[in-house]
Design a protein around this ligand. Structure first.
Ligand code: AHR
Length: 516
């Protein structure tokens, strides 16, 4: 007989060199504790942010009454309809860095009489103040969302902030209420969310935590509750991992604030900063950075727990998202960037993190709504397109105000050189009608992710699903091809004895609806 050893050796050598991409995908195990849901996922986690920056407000939202673009009192009808499609719950305005140089009285009264100002942060362009308090509150009324106004601490006076709240909410006779009436609004508005400054550690005045804490207490004192209107006061919070800021604010201001605002942008690729021209290394790097939100939220919450064990004060992530290079031939200070499948994954995994921390994170505002940073919508004159990020927000709507269901996930890694991240990311909730919603992201662009789920305390009788994926990691929508990346039905999930199983295609966001 001829010796078999060389063949065995060659065979073993061959399988040991099978490229990883061809290896069978690892089974991922998920447990959803449907019997342990307590905390509510506040719909405001799905909130937005619109600043006077580039083409977000002007062109994006506001075109003016005389525009040929269909509008209602100057506000684009197509944008309002699209944002209603994702049930926008809350909108933060007017900034951002712009907030701390905005003087609200310049934005009321007859438009032609409103003074102009220089938007020094964002391109030094002239702001005509045509979109002001009345227009913003009209926008929120058209959208059916809560307004969230950010006041000026950096360059504004205490009196100015006090009078803004009086102008908007006071129902009796007062100088500001009379001014409001003279400007055509008899009834006060309801205003719940008010931010006392923005990034006061940076563009909002370059303050130390200690100095800002004192300023916060002073300004917040004069943010009054009128006519039964109860203001929910939000203090400027930390930049990323500035835990000292959280310590100081929680140590000094706990009794006088309702929320503390964290800002974290996950940046872009490692080599390429382009929103659409990047390789898998850039994809991996951006998603790995986005996953840092988990650590930031957990560590800031830990500090907050020491001062506020009952979790009365919310962590409000009122600026987050990816920050890429601007599109070629556009103003670098207008922050106009494209939005690809990678951004959809950034949104999907970040929203899953917020859902899983919903006992502390009660509002988040992605930056920014239209034409700026990780936008929902891009516009080109009368045309508009929905970005992949928009579609994720739409797919996650069933989580709004649902009961969060704790989960445990054991999953394969997605590796890049020496680095690795968990390939799968998940969150689950139960809605008021008793249906369970599970949103899953497969961050690995090469391998499918088979999932076996043990659904404890519930039965999966029927499952339906939707998926967002695309042929390339860089796939994105353009004005000529606005539907390259859009949700499609997902057929690859089925009930099992213990729960359900599903196979997530590479680079996908999947939303499942499970009926008992
Ligand atoms: O969202 C763009 C800018 O990023 C905001 O104006 C500022 O608050 C942050 O630094």
């Amino acid at each position: 007989m001829r010796p078999r050893a060389p063949f065995l050796f060659l065979f073993l050598l061959a399988i040991s060199h099978t490229p990883a991409a061809e290896a069978p995908p690892a089974q991922n195990r998920l447990v959803i504790h449907a019997d342990r849901g307590k905390a509510k996922i506040d719909r405001n986690i799905y909130g937005h942010f619109a600043e006077h920056l580039g083409r977000c407000i002007y062109e994006g939202i506001w075109v003016g009454e005389g525009s040929p673009i269909p509008n209602t009192r100057g506000i684009r009808n197509d944008i309002v309809a699209a944002l209603k499609g994702i049930k926008i719950p809350v909108l933060r305005w007017p900034g951002g860095c712009f907030a701390d140089e905005y003087h609200w009285k310049d934005g009321i009264g007859p438009k032609e009489a409103r003074p102009t100002m220089i938007n020094t942060h964002w391109g030094g362009v002239t702001e005509n103040n045509h979109f002001g308090t009345h227009e913003f509150l009209d926008l929120c009324a058209q959208l059916g969302c809560e307004p969230y106004i950010c006041g000026n601490v950096g360059s504004g006076a205490v009196l100015e902030m006090q009078q803004w709240v009086e102008y908007v909410t006071f129902d009796g006779v007062s100088p500001m209420a009379e001014l409001r009436k003279a400007n055509g609004r008899a009834e006060p508005w309801k205003l719940k969310y008010f931010g006392v400054g923005n990034e006061n550690w940076g563009c909002g005045g370059n303050m130390s935590a200690e100095f800002y804490a004192d300023q916060y207490l002073r300004y917040a004192t004069y943010v009054r509750n009128f006519a039964g209107n109860q203001i929910y006061k939000i203090a400027c919070g930390p930049n990323r991992d500035d835990y000292h800021w959280t310590e100081v604010l929680m140590g000094r201001c706990t009794k006088r604030m309702n929320g503390l605002a964290l800002h974290f942008y996950c940046g872009t690729g490692k080599i390429s900063r382009s929103a659409t021209q990047f390789d898998e290394g850039d994809w991996f790097h951006n998603l790995k950075t986005a996953l840092r939100m988990e650590e930031l939220v957990a560590k800031h919450s830990e500090i907050m727990d020491r001062f506020d064990p009952q979790r009365k004060i919310a962590l409000i992530v009122d600026e987050w998202g990816a920050w890429h290079a601007v599109e070629p031939d556009t103003n670098p200070r207008f922050l106009y960037q494209q939005n690809s499948l990678r951004d959809a994954l950034v949104a999907g995994l970040t929203l899953n993190i917020f859902n899983r921390h919903c006992d502390r994170v009660r509002m988040a505002n992605i930056a920014q709504t239209i034409n700026v940073l990780q936008a929902m919508i891009l516009t080109d004159k009368e045309r508009m397109l929905l970005t992949p990020t928009y579609h994720v927000f739409e797919m996650y709507v069933p989580h709004h105000d649902a009961t969060w269901l704790p989960d445990e996930l054991t999953c394969a890694d997605y590796a890049m050189g020496e680095e690795k991240i968990p390939a799968v990311n998940v969150s689950a909730s139960r809605d008021a009608a008793g249906k369970i919603h599970v949103t899953l992201c497969n961050l690995d662009p090469n391998r499918p992710a088979p999932i076996d789920c043990d659904l404890r305390g519930a039965k999966a009788s029927r499952i339906s699903g939707r998926i967002l994926t695309a042929p390339e990691i860089t796939s994105h929508n353009t004005f000529d091809q606005p539907a390259r990346v859009k949700p499609a039905p997902f057929e690859d999930a089925r009930p099992t004895d213990r729960g359900f199983s599903a196979t997530l295609p590479p680079k996908s966001v999947v939303a499942l609806e499970i009926a008992p």
